[in-house]
Design a protein around this ligand. Structure first.
Ligand code: GDG
Length: 477
């Protein structure tokens, strides 16, 4: 695959995502939003004229509380921002309902039962159309349009019908499920046809790309040839390419921040604040039922109860960033996690000893980096995850090549990170064994594994991901 960062042509670039890369709060005003997607794209867009179209988080209804936020800036430097306004009802139906109540759980192996409401899919279609129409109005002639993620799967086809001059790419950040699971979606054909409006459809893994190709054959009656699907349209036939583009992180930035004396000092302070334990275990996730936060709390709790880990010299810190708090299943997973933590601390802790530290709050990037530097073992145990960036960030921060990563087999990252201690998160005994192995491994063994992991994370960084995708898209016809 071509790994140069020069794009073959200088067609204007338009990025379309549910959210703009900024958010608003009263203290800071509009500021860059945290999170994987923004960080991923920012480094690529930095050197290039681009327009980013998305929702700002403000509601357009007049009676909204969030209405006090001033309009978002239109962008600085070469990146311009363009807001798609949404109402409360649209966000409820399209985002909280169809996207996060139906598609998100379905695409993550139906870990919780997806809920299909026809009215919510109507909202999904209407909002996708609103996005498509907005892009069609503002995209320069012959632009390259890169559409992101599960909220906007109908946009490629709608946009192609409105603007056949555009070159359209789509990237799915989350898993794409196998036939047996996807087939229950009442709107399966619309979604597949929506995605086939693209010139290039990108997934995190080869398995996801294969699942899509099989589904296209089954439900759209097209016969893929390798990674290509030929779509017949009135205007002639068109080829759609379907490939894996595993996303990475800005590894160098994390490594530099981790090696900064202020970060190292902060990491030492964190260890001291935790009572100078011999062993720090760490988990960092959005509080989401896909992330297997409960799995690792159960495993660590049992290790304390079995006396394989000593609560006097071991601390487990779980950072769980608040997420999608209006969706019912997220309230439930929060309750479950908080019950598990408080039970464990009640059973195992002593006065002055808290074996599990739980933080339900967003954390600044520099503080998060200091946590990665402080942690001896990183626990990443999702039941299903498109890629997972946290494990890559931890690895990038281990500049001394120490530390150990316990990683679920069911993350996209596991396909690239075979030197981690890989676990099946449904097998609690296996998770317990791997946590112990990782914690007790000889320094040489940890260093060998970490060195191999670091090599992969630096080699497949986010710039490579974006340039591979955009080069393929621009050279794809
Ligand atoms: C989706 C897919 C795929 C988390 N808490 C804080 C914080 N974070 C940052 C992490 C990391 C990002 O958020 C989370 O990325 P993940 O990949 O782990 O998970 P999702 O949010 O589910 O992302 C996933 C990703 O898209 C990209 O394609 O890998 O599979 O589900 O960067 O560091 N950052 C700060 N404070 C926090 O409290 N600053």
């Amino acid at each position: 695959m071509d790994t140069t960062h020069d794009f073959e042509s200088e067609r204007p670039l338009v990025v379309v995502a549910n959210r703009l890369p900024i958010e608003y709060d009263e203290a800071e005003g509009w500021h860059p939003a945290p999170g994987g997607l923004v960080a991923a794209l920012e480094s690529v867009l930095r050197d290039r004229e681009a327009l980013w179209i998305g929702w700002s988080g403000r509601f357009e209804d007049p009676d909204s509380d969030a209405e006090q936020a001033p309009p978002p800036p239109t962008g600085t430097g070469s990146l311009k921002l363009d807001e798609v306004p949404l109402t409360h009802a649209e966000v409820e139906g399209y985002y909280e309902g169809c996207s996060n109540g139906a598609i998100w759980p379905l695409y993550h192996d139906a870990i919780v039962t997806p809920i299909y409401h026809r009215t919510q899919f109507q909202a999904y279609r209407r909002v996708n159309e609103k996005f498509a129409r907005h892009v069609a109005e503002v995209a320069p002639p012959e632009a390259v349009v890169w559409v992101h993620d599960y909220q906007l799967q109908l946009v490629p086809r709608m946009l192609r019908q409105m603007r056949p001059d555009l070159r359209i790419g789509f990237f799915l950040h989350i898993p794409f499920p196998p036939v047996e699971i996807f087939s229950q979606l009442p709107w399966r054909r619309q979604i597949l046809e929506g995605l086939l409006g693209s010139d290039l459809v990108g997934f995190q893994t080869k398995e996801a790309a294969l699942n899509f190709l099989r589904l296209v054959q089954k439900y759209v009656a097209l016969r893929p040839g390798g990674d290509r699907v030929v779509v017949d349209e009135l205007s002639g036939s068109r080829t759609v390419r379907v490939e894996a583009f595993p996303i990475g992180i800005r590894a160098q930035d994390f490594a530099e921040l981790a090696a900064d004396p202020a970060t190292i000092e902060r990491a030492a302070q964190i260890r001291a604040d935790l009572g100078d334990p011999e062993l720090i275990l760490l988990g960092v996730d959005r509080l989401d039922y896909t992330k297997g936060i409960d799995v690792r709390i159960r495993a660590v709790t049992e290790l304390f109860q079995d006396e394989d880990l000593d609560p006097d010299s071991t601390v487990f810190v779980q950072v769980a960033t608040p997420s999608r708090e209006n969706v019912e299943e997220y309230q439930r997973i929060r309750d479950d996690v908080e019950l598990l933590v408080s039970r464990a601390n009640g059973d195992i802790g002593k006065l002055g000893t808290t074996p599990i530290h739980y933080l339900h709050q967003p954390m600044r990037r520099d503080e998060l980096t200091a946590m990665y530097v402080a942690a001896d073992v990183m626990l990443v145990t999702p039941l299903r995850d498109g890629m997972n960036l946290v494990c890559k960030e931890y690895v990038a921060c281990r500049t001394e090549e120490d530390g150990a990563l316990v990683l679920s087999e069911f993350t996209g990252a596991a396909h690239q990170m075979s030197d981690a201690w890989l676990v099946n998160p449904y097998d609690i005994d296996g998770v317990k064994r791997s946590i112990l192995d990782a914690a007790q491994s000889a320094p040489q063994e940890s260093a060998r594994r970490m060195s191999a992991l670091r090599h992969g994370v630096f080699e497949h960084d986010v710039e490579r991901w974006a340039s591979d995708f955009l080069n393929r898209l621009q050279g794809s016809l």
